[in-house]
Design a protein around this ligand. Structure first.
Ligand code: AMP
Ligand code: MN
Ligand code: MN
Ligand code: MN
Length: 278
């Protein structure tokens, strides 16, 4: 039986499958536990839950909150959250508000490079107009023929430090964790191996995260090479954090690990699903 997949996206953020199609794919590929963790938005959970009930898949209510820590963008996944919690929803709404302003600036930067029409063009890709992400801009750039694939869009235009990268202040780490834990959820640092942090800063991040009430880090994720699983399993042990596993699935054609094909957690870690009652 495949291990739970506790990180995935739908059309309610920058995934390409509707919540219903995502759940159907997860079930068809043998998953029995899936968390839908859209960026800064929980509006896909109701439809995902209705679909999951039909196929006997356990759906975990999730979210992936964009946060800023010492100038770095850090993603904090919330698992087992209560989407009806008012404080969580107020925080997510404020975060999405920032996305509107940022998307306008990204479009202006593309205009300045002679790539026009992105402000309107991304709407075709962003089914949720409140949740425009760089992934939508990347898909727009591919469609326009400016780049051959999404990865090139990030390498040439959208990645940190590049001409169309707009620095942005997201929620603070403490806010992201407290919105999650305040709604009854478990806070998880997403894909820690993706952040450009040295060992000392990584330890400081994990220590601060734990002290603020964070409970787990992703050990197995599409963003990690297999050799990093042991590295982050050791970090989890050091900081008394549990280990999570998630594909970070966005699309059948864009994702490194498809639903239902994640490697198992390495031995010796505490699986985060023990805290979720599954
Ligand atoms: P944002 O939250 O708007 O900054 O967008 C970040 C999203 O862009 C991530 O959640 C991924 O879906 C996507 N992304 C980031 N880097 C890359 C990359 N190198 N190739 C493809 N997609 C990426
Ligand atoms: Mn994404
Ligand atoms: Mn992420
Ligand atoms: Mn993600």
């Amino acid at each position: 039986m495949p291990s739970p997949d506790l990180h995935s996206h739908s059309t309610h953020s920058d995934g390409t499958l509707t919540p219903e199609a995502l759940v159907a794919r997860a079930s068809a590929r043998g998953l029995t536990v899936l968390a839908l963790t859209d960026h800064d938005d929980t509006s896909g959970l109701a439809a995902a839950r209705a679909a999951a009930d039909h196929v006997q898949l356990t759906l975990i209510n999730g979210v992936e909150i964009s946060a800023t820590w010492r100038g770095h963008t850090i993603h904090v996944v919330g698992l087992g959250i209560d989407p009806d919690n008012a404080q969580l929803q107020a925080g997510l709404a404020a975060t999405r508000g920032g996305r509107h302003r940022r998307a306008a600036k990204i479009a202006a930067a593309l205009d300045a490079l002679g790539i026009g029409g992105s402000a309107a063009g991304v709407r075709e890709f962003a089914a949720n107009a409140d949740m425009v992400s760089r992934a939508h801009f990347a898909r727009f750039l591919v469609k326009q023929g400016e780049v051959k694939d999404m990865h090139s869009a990030f390498k040439r235009y959208l990645g940190a430090g590049l001409p169309c990268f707009v620095p942005h202040q997201w929620a603070s780490l403490g806010q992201a964790v407290s919105w999650i834990t305040g709604s009854g959820g478990v806070a998880v640092i997403a894909h820690p191996g993706r952040y450009p942090l040295g060992t000392v800063e990584m330890r400081e991040l994990l220590g601060e995260f734990r002290d603020r009430g964070g409970a787990a880090i992703e050990v197995v994720t599409s963003s990690h090479k297999p050799r990093q699983y042991a590295v982050f399993a050791a970090h989890a042990a050091t900081f008394g954090l549990a280990a999570s596993a998630g594909s970070d699935f966005h699309s059948p054609t864009e994702s490194y690990h498809d639903l239902g094909s994640l490697p198992a957690l390495p031995p010796g870690v505490i699986p985060v699903w023990q805290m979720l009652g599954i």
